[in-house]
Design a protein around this ligand. Structure first.
Ligand SMILES: [Zn+2]
Length: 107
């Protein structure tokens, strides 16, 4: 069985159409009173979960949407769809319909 990811717009596709965006760290810290330590903790530290993890994926060879997926890191099985990229309730959304990517895609 191949490793598949379910895009909320395009449906289930092969992993090779996507780019991994790292684990979901929650919303960016507020810039007021932001210390270098708080920023470094949010930007650089990963939980490195052995089990179910909420993570960001980018449909690079498809619709170009960022979305979250719950994945078991031990089996690479997707547990369920995460938040939709246009979800206004998404705390990681920047209000423009796209979440803040954890890195800049260079393609
Ligand atoms: Zn897509």
């Amino acid at each position: 069985m191949s490793f598949t990811i379910t895009c909320p717009i395009c449906g289930k596709r092969n992993l090779y159409e996507f780019r991994f965006g790292g684990e979901d760290r929650g919303p960016r810290p507020e810039e007021t009173d932001l210390t270098p330590e708080t920023w470094a903790q949010w930007a650089m530290m990963n939980d490195n979960v052995s089990g179910i993890q909420k993570e960001w994926w980018y449909h690079r060879d498809g619709c170009g949407a960022w979305f979250t997926v719950l994945r078991d890191t031990c089996t690479n099985r997707e547990m369920e769809n995460g938040t939709r990229p246009h979800d206004a309730e998404n705390p990681a959304s920047n209000g423009q319909g796209r979440p803040y990517p954890p890195f800049v895609d260079r393609l």
